[in-house]
Design a protein. Structure first.
Length: 241
């Protein structure tokens, strides 16, 4: 399954960024610890990540990205991220409802997404969890805010989301003197969680990290993992060159 998180934090210099992070593991008849779960979008001011059943969530996420690339107002950022979110909800709903000969109903656990980015209209970061309403047969968006007094905007999805949310709250509460930067705390806790996972656990592999700035550009980070010389990108171990 998945643990995927996103949060907005302020650096010591006052700059604010939106971060996405997740594990890298998928399971089937094998364990694959190099699955990209975060997708940077063609317009460069936003990103999306998934949790759920791989055969549903991953194709839906790719189609949402393709829809942005094919629609000029979305691609050129004429459509603000808040309106883009509504466009993506309609596309995801239409795709799910277009399926035929289904032996299993699509439900909330089949695919869940975190979508967020920088709104040029509001001059602020916006963050939502996109979930499927089985009764209404539509995708809907829930804004992510009021998480913690030290970290207002944060989102969590996946089978480990509730446990990780509690873990992060405990770490934020324990650091009353603000000795550690809030910006890094979710990633510190995610790394510690993943290092403790075994091959039989549902999450694992290196963390993958994407950062979005208020300048409306996206940065993908390489993550040191394993021995000191090993770098990973979206879970994949890089070659020496």
């Amino acid at each position: 399954m998945t643990i995927a998180i996103a949060w907005v934090a302020r650096q010591p210099d006052g700059l604010r960024h939106l971060y996405f992070a997740s594990d890298s593991r998928t399971r089937g008849g094998y364990v694959f610890d190099a699955c990209p779960k975060i997708l940077t979008l063609p317009r460069s001011d936003s990103a999306i990540c998934f949790a759920g059943e791989l055969d549903w969530s991953y194709p839906l996420m790719i189609q949402l990205s393709n829809a942005i690339a094919a629609h000029q107002p979305s691609r050129k950022r004429k459509l603000d991220i808040a309106h883009l979110k509504d466009h993506l909800l309609r596309i995801a709903t239409d795709l799910v409802n277009s399926t035929t000969e289904s032996m299993v109903d699509f439900n909330t656990a089949s695919a869940t997404f975190i979508f967020g980015g920088y709104s040029w209209r509001r001059c602020d970061f916006m963050l939502w969890i996109l979930t499927y309403n089985r009764k209404r047969k539509v995708f809907s968006a829930r804004p992510c805010c009021n998480f913690h007094k030290r970290l207002n905007q944060a989102a969590f999805i996946g089978d480990w989301a509730a446990k990780f949310r509690s873990r992060l709250i405990q770490s934020l509460d324990a650091d009353q003197d603000n000795k550690r930067a809030v910006e890094n705390e979710p990633l510190i806790q995610l790394s510690a969680l993943l290092k403790g996972q075994g091959q039989t656990d549902s999450i694992g592999g290196p963390p993958q990290v994407v950062r979005i700035g208020s300048h409306m550009n996206t940065r993908i980070f390489c993550v040191p993992w394993g021995d000191k010389r090993s770098l990973t990108l979206f879970g994949r171990k890089l070659f020496e060159y």
